[in-house]
Write a protein that binds this ligand. Structure first.
Ligand code: SF4
Length: 422
C-alpha cells in the first residue's frame, strides 16, 4: 500500500466514518458571513474560523463554504503539493523553485490550505514558510548527517516498530503526514512506501507488543497517526488497549497544528474510550497558536487527554528566547504543557536548520526563573547512533564545598545548600 492515501476512494475504504462531514471536492455555497460555524452532528460546540482564515478563503478559495473548509478530508484533498499550486499563494524565490523542481530532495511538498493560510506570502524568512517550502540547502550533505541518524532501523526488531528503551516502543503506524516538515527526523521513511497502513500490516507489531510483557508504554507515531481514518485509529487503540501489560498509550502528532479540523466529535468519541491516553503535539512557532488550533487542543483537553508539546529548535525560526517564551507561554494558555525542545537531528541537508547546541542551553537559561516553571520544557539531544534522549541543562549545580552544595540561580547569583550529614 502506498504511503499516500487515496482520498477520492477514502469513503469506500475498508472502514468508513459515517458521521464525518461529507467529503468536499466541488465547491458549494459561498463563505458564510459568521465567525462561527456549527460542525455537523455537534449541537453543543462551535469551531472558530479566524478573520485571517476568512480573508484567505475569500482570496484563494472563493466559493468555498466554511463547511467545506472545516472538513478535514477537504483540507487533505485540496492540499498544496505542486509548484504551480504553491505559486498562487507565495512569491517563490529562485532558490525555492530550484529546490521544489529537483527530484532529489527527500520529502515531497505537502501543505494543507489551512496551514498555508498562516504562511508569509512574500517573506522567504517567514517561519512557517521555511518549515514547509523546500530550499536548495536541503540538497547539500554536511559532515555527520545521515538518513537515519537515530539508527531506528537498528532497534527495529520487526517492520514498523522501534524498541530502543526497556519498557516502551515506538509504533510507526503510517508514513503519511498532512504537511511535511523540511527537517523531519523520519524523512527516511515518511512519504515513502516503507510504512504500510492497515490491519494486516500492523499485525507483526501488535503481536510483538503482545508477546513482550515489559512493554508498558506504546508511542503511536509515524508519519502522523491522526491523518488516518477514525476506524483505523479505533482499531489500533482497541487492540493496544486489549493488551493487559500496556499501561499507557501515547500519540505523537502535528495534526492539531496543521489540520485542526481533524479533531472532530467522532474522533473525540473514539479517543476518550482508551484512557490513559496522552498526546504529544509538534509545535514550532507562536504563529501556529491560532483560534483553530486552540479549539482543537481544547477539545482534546476536555475529554481528559493530557497534552504535551514537542518543539524542534530551528535556526532563524525559533532560536531566540523571546520567540520560545511566547510559544511556551502561549501553549499553556491553550492547555498544552511544554515537554521537549529537541536539538535538530542531523538528517541529510539539515545544516541550515541546525543551531549550535549552546543555543538550546541559552534558551532554557532564558526561560527558567523568568517564566512559569510549567512553561519550561526539557532541552534534549536525541543522541546520534541510538543513544536515546539526553537532557542538557545550564550549569546550576556548581559542585560542593565544606559540605555545602554550590548553586547558581537564574540571575547567576550564588547560593549554598547544606547537604545532610551521612
Ligand atoms: S509532522 Fe512529524 S513526522 Fe510528519 S513531516 Fe513533520 S516532523 Fe515528520
Amino acid at each position: 500500500m502506498n504511503a499516500e492515501p487515496d482520498f477520492e476512494s477514502f469513503e469506500q475504504a475498508e472502514f468508513t466514518d459515517d458521521d464525518e462531514p461529507p467529503s468536499g471536492g466541488k465547491h458549494s455555497s459561498p463563505v458564510i458571513a459568521t465567525d462561527l460555524i456549527k460542525l455537523k452532528n455537534d449541537t453543543t460546540r462551535t469551531f472558530p474560523v479566524s478573520e485571517n482564515t476568512k480573508d484567505f478563503i475569500q482570496k484563494f478559495y472563493p466559493g468555498t463554504s466554511l463547511e467545506e473548509w472545516n472538513n478535514w478530508r477537504w483540507q487533505l484533498k485540496n492540499s498544496i503539493t505542486t509548484i504551480s499550486q504553491l505559486k498562487k499563494f507565495i512569491n517563490l524565490n529562485p532558490d525555492e523553485v530550484e529546490a521544489i523542481d529537483n527530484p532529489h530532495h527527500s520529502l515531497p511538498l505537502r501543505i494543507t490550505p489551512y496551514y498555508a493560510s498562516l504562511m508569509g506570502k512574500s517573506d522567504a524568512s517567514d517561519p512557517i514558510r521555511r518549515c514547509m517550502v523546500p530550499t536548495i540547502n536541503e540538497l547539500f550533505l554536511s559532515p555527520g548527517e545521515s538518513s537515519d541518524p537515530l539508527e531506528e532501523g537498528h532497534y527495529s526488531p520487526i517492520p514498523n516498530l522501534v524498541h530502543r528503551y526497556p519498557d516502551r516502543v515506538l509504533f510507526l503506524t503510517t508514513g503519511f503526514c498532512s504537511a511535511y516538515c523540511r527537517y523531519c527526523t523520519r524523512s527516511h521513511m515518511v512519504a515513502k512506501d516503507k510504512c504500510h497502513v492497515g490491519v494486516e500490516a500492523w499485525q507483526p507489531a501488535l503481536n510483538y507488543i503482545k508477546t513482550h510483557p515489559e512493554v508498558r508504554d506504546v508511542l503511536v507515531s509515524g508519519g502522523d497517526p491522526l491523518t488516518m481514518s477514525d476506524a483505523h485509529i479505533e482499531y489500533l487503540l482497541q487492540n493496544l488497549r486489549a493488551i493487559k501489560h500496556v499501561e499507557i498509550i501515547r500519540i505523537g502528532t502535528k495534526v492539531p497544528v496543521v489540520l485542526p479540523q481533524r479533531i472532530t466529535q467522532n474522533l473525540l468519541r473514539i479517543l476518550k474510550q482508551y484512557h490513559p491516553l496522552y498526546i504529544s503535539i509538534h509545535f514550532t512557532h507562536p504563529a501556529e497558536l491560532s483560534p483553530e488550533t486552540a479549539e482543537a487542543c481544547a477539545r482534546l483537553a476536555d475529554i481528559g487527554i493530557p497534552l504535551g508539546s514537542q518543539t524542534v529548535l530551528l535556526k532563524g525560526i525559533n532560536d531566540d528566547v523571546n520567540t520560545m517564551k511566547q510559544l511556551m507561554q502561549g501553549l499553556l494558555k491553550i492547555r498544552v504543557r511544554p515537554y521537549y525542545i529537541y536539538q535538530c537531528d542531523p538528517i541529510p541537508g539539515s545544516n541550515h536548520f541546525r543551531t549550535k547546541v549552546s543555543k538550546g542551553i541559552e534558551i532554557i537559561k532564558g526561560l527558567r526563573g523568568f517564566t512559569t516553571g510549567y512553561a519550561v520544557p526539557t532541552f534534549v539531544i536525541d543522541a546520534p547512533g541510538g543513544g536515546g534522549k539526553i537532557p542538557l541543562l545550564p550549569e546550576y549545580y556548581q559542585g560542593e564545598v565544606d559540605g555545602k552544595v554550590i548553586l547558581k540561580n537564574y540571575e547567576d547569583k550564588t547560593f549554598y545548600y547544606p547537604n545532610p550529614i551521612d
